[in-house]
Design a protein around this ligand. Sequence first.
Ligand SMILES: Cc1cc2nc3c(=O)[nH]c(=O)nc-3n(C[C@H](O)[C@H](O)[C@H](O)COP(=O)(O)OP(=O)(O)OC[C@H]3O[C@@H](n4cnc5c(N)ncnc54)[C@H](O)[C@@H]3O)c2cc1C
Length: 384
Amino acid sequence: MDFGTDPQVEDLRAEARAFVGQHLTADVVARVRESGNYHDAEFHRALAGKGWIGAHWPVEEGGRGWPRSHSDVVYEELAAAGAPVEGWIITQIIGEAIRREGSPEMKERMLPAVTRGEVLFALGYSEPGSGSDLASVQTKAVPDGDGWIINGQKIFTTMGSEADHIFLLARTEPDLPKHAGLTLFLVPTDAPGFEASGLFTLSGQRTNVTHYADIRIDDSARIGERGRGWEIVNVALAFERGGEFAAQLRRLVNAAIGWGRAAGRDADPRFLARLGRAQAQTRVARLLGAYASWSRAAPGAGAVEGTIAKVFGTEALQDASRSLLEATGADGLVDIGTVGATAAAEMQHLYRESQIATIYGGTSEVLKTVIAQQRLALPRPRNR
Ligand SMILES: Cc1cc2nc3c(=O)[nH]c(=O)nc-3n(C[C@H](O)[C@H](O)[C@H](O)COP(=O)(O)OP(=O)(O)OC[C@H]3O[C@@H](n4cnc5c(N)ncnc54)[C@H](O)[C@@H]3O)c2cc1C
């Protein structure tokens, strides 16, 4: 892989920064803070207007045929500025699964609509009793004529209140071993029997408990063959984990530099030592992210590189935000958006976010086991 700077990429970076300047308005920030959804309909439409949603998908699927690395650069600039990109990213992850496993009819119906910014998806995997042990999900899909009846409950369905469809992992074969009896569906959120109730994290982000009561869906809502849900989830996971936390680290370092200057601490060696360490972590996270992005483009998409980048990036964000926030003293106690807030408020917000980043998309403990097995070829732990 080539780590050199490509002038085309640098132009794209500049374009993404200009886009942030134009579209990440005070109104957008206020709406996001109010709803807790890291998504804004107007901002999302502007992204679609630029052709940045699914830009790396083939032209015949509504994309622009970009290299994946170009989409990653746009993402990095937007996320480093704190733009609301969750709806974009989650929808794209599910779009990847539809591209690979959806029927021709579903691809035609969904993918161009996604790139036009008209359709949003949410991931409906986790349940109150099934997170790390995802294959144990209990939500049921029972055949009913030419369709299915869905009953169950999901938790942490991020974007579940905004999405048009939930990418739902359901048990269709209760008598088969747990990994073999799962199937994926796109469940429309306007179907009678669907409900989303808010669940707010330590950083004020909204995720949801979603309920499915006797929801009837057509068989055309099924993604992939019956019983292949587990394999398809693993394809989607390969696209979920990656180098996105380098952008959060950049956001943190920029906030810390701003705070250091304003507080007259920019020549304080103790503060600079913390800043230097955070900057080094940012560079490593960025390189691991670039490596994950590059390996994803290869046939048989390398999930483990994204997993490595996710574990390092989230652990580094936790470490760096704690260390830098400690240096801000009382300034770090003031919440973002309140009177007297300095750049330390942004650091405090990122510190809160970092506490959950090591949980969603797979916890660090579980992902380290994945890396041990898939990259280091170590044996499976005895309790699994
Ligand atoms: C903010 C947020 C957003 C989320 N968004 C989504 C979403 O959009 N869609 C979705 O489906 N899910 C989502 N999740 C769910 C997330 O994927 C799960 O929370 C995560 O996989 C952990 O599952 P759990 O919460 O059930 O914890 P558990 O699996 O019960 O884990 C509890 C603890 O035990 C440890 N542990 C469990 N098993 C092992 C093991 N085998 N070895 C070592 N340690 C282990 C874990 O590391 C953890 O520390 C989100 C979660 C959060 C917090």
